[in-house]
Ligand binder design. Structure first.
Ligand code: HEM
Length: 394
């Protein structure tokens, strides 16, 4: 019995290197012209690892195809799977009418991570971000209520924004809202809207959304430039901002910290709109002119040189990107930054409308109640009143 046991142990031990050796042996695929063999199929069925590199090495080459007379021969030069594999690994001779850097890439195998991320986490966490902001504001409204004008209203108004400034603001606001809605329709189409409304209805919606998104983007970029030019001077950080931030903007009670034309909170909104809006515009241009404005390989190279990705534990970022990869990074960046800006803007819209008594007039008629101005922008109001009285006395 002991001898039998020893024999068993020895044979098991000896069999290990034999299997290891077997795994390293290159598989002879001459019988199938370099394509999958019966052995591969059996291995896969047993759940063993199969080296799939042969699939991309020999893709749809008629010369290496098995002869028709053979048992596993193909009917013609290349079989359907051969052809699909050739498309997948970009080795088929494809002629297209459209000319461009990546016109002959019909299947981009390496893009699956992008597709999965776009339809999964991007949509999910982006949706949570927007929904979370709405819930947060609703809770804030329930706790704090509408921020009222504290003092007695004077019945007088003061000009806050002239018509040109208001035009720029509403051009920016209108275009951003349209871009946000049509962008979300495009992103959620396959995952949410097609299952809900069907292909037919979504096709019409998609065509309209795309048209609006592509064309309205110019209005957004123009408005962004106008708003920047008009208001940058009032949004440079200064000492009053520190005090304003330390007092939490006075939003939770405790008086109104002094502020110039824009307080620190508004400056944050302004710079978010300019920087994030600028970044969305640049990545949007890259998407609007496919393959013409690649910018991610260059950016990754610069980030690597700064050592930033390494610092974050991401290692070196890839600096040689295929044309489709460039577009995929542009799409993700465009969508992620847009989600962040949309969340910020939801908060801005709240505070500029229902959240604060007297605020809307600034962008509505351009005039605000003098008492509101004194409370929220005391330094600016004092300056305007001083100029007015000086002008009146001369
Ligand atoms: C559609 C709803 C919106 C409303 C009701 C609204 C309202 C307002 C109001 C009342 C102000 C002036 C605040 C003051 O007197 O100090 C303002 C300023 C501003 N708005 Fe809007 N806005 C809207 C949408 C947007 C959008 C979509 C953007 C940008 C994408 C935007 C960007 C700005 C910027 C940069 C300022 C100056 C900085 C600030 O006051 O925060 N607004 N908005």
């Amino acid at each position: 019995m002991l001898r039998l046991l020893c024999l068993l142990v020895v044979s098991v031990v000896l069999s290990i290197p034999v299997h290891a050796q077997e795994a390293e042996q290159p598989v002879d695929r001459s019988a199938t012209g370099g394509a999958q063999t019966l052995e591969d199929i059996m291995k896969r069925q047993e759940g063993l690892k199969v080296d799939d590199s042969f699939r991309s090495d020999v893709t749809g080459s008629p010369e290496s195809a098995a002869p028709i007379s053979g048992q596993l021969g193909t009917l013609g030069g290349a079989s359907d799977p051969d052809l699909w594999r050739a498309y997948r690994y970009n080795s088929a001779a494809i002629t297209t009418q459209a000319r461009g850097p990546a016109a002959d890439v019909l299947i981009q195998d390496g893009g699956m991570w992008w597709l999965e991320f776009r339809q999964g986490p991007l949509l999910k966490y982006g949706g949570w971000l927007l929904g979370g902001m709405v819930i947060l504001l609703a809770v804030f409204f329930l706790i704090r209520g509408r921020i009222r004008i504290d003092g007695e209203k004077t019945g007088q108004t003061i000009l806050r924004f002239n018509s040109v400034e208001r035009f720029a603001h509403w051009l920016l606001a209108g275009s951003f809202i349209l871009l946000g809605i049509t962008g979300l329709i495009t992103l959620a189409g396959r995952k949410l809207l097609i299952p809900a409304f069907g292909h037919e209805a979504f096709a019409t919606l998609a065509v309209g959304s795309k048209w609006i998104h592509n064309n309205v983007s110019w209005a957004f970029m123009l408005a962004l430039i106008l708003v920047f030019v008009f208001w940058v001077i009032h949004n440079l950080p200064d000492r009053t901002d520190i005090n304003w931030i330390l007092k939490g903007g006075g939003i939770l009670g405790g008086g109104h910290p002094p502020a110039k034309k824009f307080n620190a909170g508004q400056k944050l909104i302004f710079w978010s709109v300019i920087l994030l809006g600028g970044s969305i515009s640049v990545s949007g241009l890259s998407l609007l002119f496919p393959f013409e404005l690649p910018m991610f390989a260059i950016t990754f190279e610069k980030l690597n040189a700064l050592g930033l990705p390494q610092l974050l534990g991401l290692g070196e970022l890839a600096t040689s990107l295929a044309p489709h990869e460039e577009m995929q990074y542009a799409q993700l960046w465009h969508a992620i930054v847009s989600f962040v800006l949309m969340a910020i803007i939801i908060a801005h819209i709240y505070i500029g409308s229902v959240g604060m008594e007297g605020a809307y007039g600034a962008m509505g008629k351009g005039e605000v109640e003098l008492q509101w101005a004194r409370e929220h922008h005391s330094i600016w109001t004092a300056e305007v009143e001083k100029k007015k009285s000086q002008a009146g006395s001369t």
